[in-house]
Design a protein around this ligand. Structure first.
Ligand SMILES: NC(=O)C1=CN([C@@H]2O[C@H](COP(=O)(O)OP(=O)(O)OC[C@H]3O[C@@H](n4cnc5c(N)ncnc54)[C@H](O)[C@@H]3O)[C@@H](O)[C@H]2O)C=CC1
Ligand SMILES: CC(=O)C(=O)O
Length: 314
């Protein structure tokens, strides 16, 4: 950790950034929250608005619209700057525009003398996390993408509805690209500790085909939301809060973040969504799970798409 104060800097005060900020202020955990945006007046207005909620929050927090010099002593810099998708547009289609923004942001962050943890949410998140890592020169375990945290939350929510159980008791992960080629790990999905395939065996009302339908809904959820309200932000705002708290509180929590793969699953030199242990040093360990051959094939395909996309902006 950088200092005695738990300082989080947010770069990008749009829908996603401010949903994170609002959730963070409500849940508590940071002592200082600095807002930075290319549109500084927007950041100023957002800081003013958020500050007026502090009397109702769980604890004292200082919030202000700052500049990159505030990153010097930050524990975490969260990056949500960048364009979002138009209806029907893929995340990968944003890569050229957002890689440029990411390089610019990270250059400014690092010039401050920042030496904490970078948490990237801008899309396509896996590719942009790689770019942030390259541009920052930070060790790979201190550069993290939100990865498939949101997709996994969507899966847990939908499985909870389907099985009529508390989604917090649904355990399982979506891995790979945060996007169209993501993969559910059904071989490691359970309710409590009961594997999903045993549940299907014991309950004829639940069917294997329904799992495929749930996966497709999870994979395409962003398209369905963006078609209706132009952007998604509450879910990811809470995901970012979850990861930030795991870091600040040194939780050693297992979260499906975008982490650097160095041989896990036979894959190398890419960031992608995989369950990993997260603590105040960043990523402590990437889980190298024994997944089915079908899942491994899909994950490998997903990573090859990410590499192709990365090659276009390297
Ligand atoms: N990782 C995930 O699961 C999710 C990621 N996203 C992504 O998050 C990103 C942000 O989305 P929204 O907040 O909806 O967009 P938005 O347009 O509401 O906000 C983007 C903000 O970034 C700022 N910005 C742009 N260039 C900048 C720069 N060079 N320096 C500092 N600030 C800059 C803009 O002024 C704006 O305030 C998008 O790339 C979107 O696709 C969105 C939802 C989920
Ligand atoms: C936009 C986006 O990445 C999502 O909601 O999953």
């Amino acid at each position: 950790m950088q200092t005695g104060t738990r300082r989080v800097v947010l770069v990008g005060t749009g829908f996603v950034g401010m949903s994170f900020a609002y959730s963070m202020v409500n849940q508590g955990g940071a002592e200082e929250l600095v807002l930075i945006d290319v549109n500084h007046e927007k950041a100023v207005g957002e800081a003013m608005d958020l500050n007026h909620g502090i009397p109702f929050g769980p604890e004292k927090i200082e919030i202000w619209a700052g500049d990159y010099s505030d990153c010097k002593t930050a524990d975490i810099v969260v990056v949500t700057a960048g364009v979002n998708q138009q209806p029907g547009e893929t995340r990968l289609a944003l890569v050229e525009r957002n890689a440029k923004i990411m390089r610019d942001v990270i250059k400014n962050v690092m010039q401050s003398g920042f030496n904490g943890i970078l948490l990237i949410a801008s899309n396509p998140v896996d590719v942009l996390t790689y770019i942030a890592w390259q541009e920052s020169g930070l060790p790979k375990h201190r550069v993290i993408g939100t990865g498939t945290t949101l997709d996994t939350a969507r899966l847990r929510y939908q499985m909870g509805k389907y099985l009529d159980v508390d989604p917090r008791n649904v355990h399982g992960y979506i891995v790979g690209e945060h996007g169209d080629t993501e993969t559910p790990l059904w071989s490691h999905t359970s309710v409590g500790v009961k594997p999903i395939f045993d549940i299907i065996k014991d309950h004829p009302e639940y069917k294997r085909e329904d799992l495929e339908e749930i996966y497709v809904n999870v994979r395409d959820a962003a398209y369905h939301i963006i078609e209706r309200k132009r952007a998604t932000y509450y879910g990811i705002g809470m995901c970012i809060t979850r990861i930030v708290k795991a870091i600040l509180n040194d939780e050693n929590s297992v979260l499906p973040v975008s982490a650097y793969l160095d041989g896990e699953y036979g894959l190398h030199d890419i960031f992608t969504g995989v369950p990993a242990i997260v603590n105040r040093n960043g990523i402590r360990e990437v889980f190298n799970l024994n997944i089915s051959s079908e899942e491994l094939e899909q994950l490998t395909k997903s990573v090859s798409i990410l590499k192709e996309t990365l090659d276009t902006v390297r």
